[in-house]
Design a protein around this ligand. Structure first.
Ligand SMILES: Nc1ncnc2c1ncn2[C@@H]1O[C@H](COP(=O)(O)OP(=O)(O)OP(=O)(O)O)[C@@H](O)[C@H]1O
Ligand SMILES: [Mg+2]
Length: 382
């Protein structure tokens, strides 16, 4: 098997996560991925290993809690195959359920801890993997009867892995009794996954890199989603990075009197807010700008919060604006936004990455009740 070059950063298998990590993971280090149950640790681990397997590396998933079948089910739900990933279960045997096994002269955890560590080491010696995922640390923490023993064992594991040129992801579901910062201090970098449920809508997930030794990272929270196919991270926008100095053109509305009122049109690269009571023609005015841009061969994107796409197109047809034709020709993209399902980070990423690429005019059609969404969007980008 081909080991990775020592200087190149390793991909986590998740593009957005690599971006916020400043390019990826330094090889031969131990990383901690922590998050409550269901936040996507196993999925992250599998994506990291799949990336290695794709490069022809030997990779191993050592599971202390989930069975091989459960892992297969996770992979299947994303449409992945686990071929090329060595799955190794280090689970308590069914013998533990026998009554006579439940009373021993020794503290049972001491024996079990020693056995568990020995099994982990034997897998590494045998398979010589370059990437390892250990799922999950809370099992080890529960077996170690004292914080001192736990820390010593994790430190010893870290040294063992590093000497054998393994890059390791330790997964921690933080369910062990005491909230513990020991492993955070030992790990080279700590990635924290979080999820929160709002009163309405899908759960909101966000990721933060708590530390990364000797490396610049994109700090703060970044939204992510779990979809079929894996985790998608939407790195937070940094306004300063997208500022450019160039001569500004003016975009015309196609209504000479209005353009005259605005000193020639709206300036490219700026934001304009159209306000007015219901029925005063805000959406129609925005459509007018879009239609004028399309007529001059410019591309435009619209995001609709309240109105449906068909309503917008029907009204535009009635006003003879030709939005439908522009959409069919690919000059105009219209995206319906459901703020209950789409997180602010996801919306920003979609707007920047795809829908707005190469487009001169972008419009968002919203009512004041969506302002909290934009408030959070602004907060997310401070
Ligand atoms: N195909 C899929 N499409 C969308 N979401 C999915 C899909 N498969 C799994 N998920 C989501 O991923 C979540 C579980 O991810 P994962 O098993 O990686 O979490 P975990 O942090 O390892 O959990 P645990 O602590 O229980 O091991 C599920 O809660 C589910 O919402
Ligand atoms: Mg898991």
């Amino acid at each position: 098997m081909r080991p990775p070059a020592s200087t190149a950063l390793l991909s986590t298998g998740i593009e957005g996560l690599d971006n916020i990590l400043g390019g990826g993971l330094t090889p031969y280090r131990t990383y901690l991925v922590e998050g409550e149950p269901g936040t996507g640790k196993t999925t992250t681990g599998l994506q990291f290993l799949s990336d290695g397997a794709r490069n022809g590396e030997s990779v191993a998933y050592i599971t202390l809690a989930e069975t091989g079948e459960e892992l297969q089910a996770v992979a299947q739900s994303h449409g992945w195959s686990l071929d090329g990933i060595h799955l190794h279960e280090v689970l308590p045997t069914e013998d533990l359920l026998q009554a006579d096994q439940q009373y021993t002269m020794f503290h049972p955890s001491e024996v079990e801890m020693a056995n568990t560590i020995a099994l982990i080491l034997s897998v590494i010696e045998e398979r010589k993997p370059t990437r390892v995922v250990l799922d999950s640390l809370s099992e080890l923490q529960l077996l170690a009867d004292s914080p001192l023993r736990y820390r010593r064992q994790v430190l010893a594991l870290k040294q063992f892995f590093s000497r054998r040129k393994c890059t390791v992801m330790l997964l921690d579901d933080r369910t062990a009794a005491s909230a513990d910062l020991q492993v955070r201090s030992i790990a080279h970098a700590v990635i924290q996954l979080e999820q929160a449920v709002k009163d309405y809508g899908a759960e909101r997930r966000r990721v933060r890199v708590i530390k990364y030794r000797g490396k610049g990272i994109a700090g703060g929270f970044h939204d992510y989603n779990i979809t079929r196919g894996g985790i998608v991270v939407h790195p937070r926008l940094v306004a300063a990075e997208s500022r450019t100095i160039r001569r500004r053109a003016q975009l015309k509305s196609g209504l000479p009197q209005l353009d005259q009122l605005m000193g020639g049109g709206i300036e490219e690269g700026t934001s304009t807010l159209i306000v007015g009571p219901p029925g005063t023609g805000k959406s129609s005015l925005a459509s007018q700008f879009v239609s004028a841009a399309n007529a001059q061969g410019q591309r435009a994107a619209m995001f609709l919060f309240e109105e449906s796409i068909s309503n917008l197109l029907n009204r535009a047809d009635g006003l003879n604006m030709g939005l439908r034709e522009a959409m069919e020709e690919g000059q105009l993209t219209i995206q319906q936004v459901d703020p209950a399902e789409l997180t602010p980070g996801q919306f920003a990423a979609a707007a920047c990455r795809g829908e707005l690429a190469g487009r001169q005019l972008g419009g968002v059609d919203l009512l004041d009740r969506q302002l909290p969404f934009f408030h959070r969007l602004a907060q997310a980008h401070v």
